[in-house]
Design a protein. Structure first.
Length: 309
């Protein structure tokens, strides 16, 4: 435990010196429709990839790992730190989760979440807790923010949960530190992650009908092909705007209270990318019913344009 903590301290120190706060961008992607957005995505991608390449090279030089191996606990610790966002509606202790991403045009950190969480509500009804691990304790880097604006996708369908994505802008700038930072958004289609094990995190119920978790939980699940999703989920699955992940035989997975949270995968460079937003499923990790996520890649243009509003 002591050695692990020293590694974490070194990693946090490195992030403070060289982390995303010292960069101009952290969200990246591509666009075929808007040259201005495409230019921003290109800059963001280079910044994000370069940061992580430098980070892991520094860790290797410092002797924390050799070759392609790094202590799994370090990866889990850092990844769990950067997505600790709780959305609370009218002081409810947990309504949904979200993920911090960076809008390069202004440098503003915004929260991506599911539209089902916030659609039809007013900004004044929400507070956003950032830097949370245990919901019952006030932690060192935890901070609460008011909401300035909610932007749900204009074609969001509350009945079919199509286009289940929303952007939440905060009233004051988010302060980045070792427990609060944005995540990269993938520039790759979800098909590039078929068969790969990705991680979903949240404070949702740990069993059907059970209570929500006090501490942040994580589970690794394989991303399934559209064919497998249609076969198991049925006709309500939209392969254009959705993806699914999980085990056909059931087991661990998302549950009540996990909505809006992130599904993240490692890209070819070994960095974590946000690829999905927890959207819906049949009960909790039931057999033959993998969880369904909003396919973030499909909405890159909308995200870029909406954050200009």
């Amino acid at each position: 435990m002591g050695t692990e903590n020293s590694y974490i301290a070194e990693m946090q120190s490195f992030l403070r010196r060289n982390g995303p706060g010292s960069r101009t961008a952290f969200l990246y992607g591509t666009s075929q429709h808007n040259q201005r957005i495409e230019s921003w995505w290109g800059i963001l991608r280079k910044e994000c990839v370069q940061f992580w390449m430098e980070f892991f090279e520094q860790m290797k030089q410092d002797g924390y790992f050799t070759g392609d191996f790094i202590d799994k606990s370090l990866i889990q610790y850092f990844f769990m730190d950067i997505i600790r966002v709780v959305l609370r509606f009218r002081d409810h202790p947990l309504t949904c989760s979200g993920t911090l991403v960076n809008n390069n045009s202004t440098g503003e950190l915004v929260v991506l979440t599911a539209a089902q969480c916030v659609d039809g509500t007013l900004p004044v009804e929400w507070t956003i807790d950032v830097g949370v691990h245990s919901r019952s304790a006030q932690e060192q880097y935890q901070k609460t923010y008011d909401v300035k604006k909610i932007i749900s996708h204009p074609e969001y369908s509350p009945f079919l949960l199509h286009n289940d994505i929303a952007i939440v802008r905060l009233s004051t700038p988010v302060v980045e530190n070792e427990a609060v930072a944005p995540i990269c958004v993938t520039s790759l289609p979800s098909s590039d992650f078929y068969g790969k094990y990705c991680v979903v995190t949240g404070w949702g119920a740990t069993s059907e009908g059970g209570s929500t978790s006090d501490r942040l939980k994580e589970v690794y699940k394989p991303v399934l092909t559209d064919t497998d999703c249609l076969l198991n989920v049925g006709g309500t699955f939209n392969s254009t705007t959705m993806l699914c992940a999980g085990f056909v035989q059931g087991g661990e997975g998302t549950c009540t209270g996990d909505d809006g949270g992130p599904l993240a995968c490692k890209n070819v460079n070994g960095q974590w990318d946000l690829i999905g937003i927890v959207s819906w499923g049949y009960l909790c990790a039931r057999e033959s019913y993998p969880a369904v996520y909003t396919d973030v890649h499909h909405f890159l243009d909308w995200i870029g344009n909406s954050t200009l509003v």
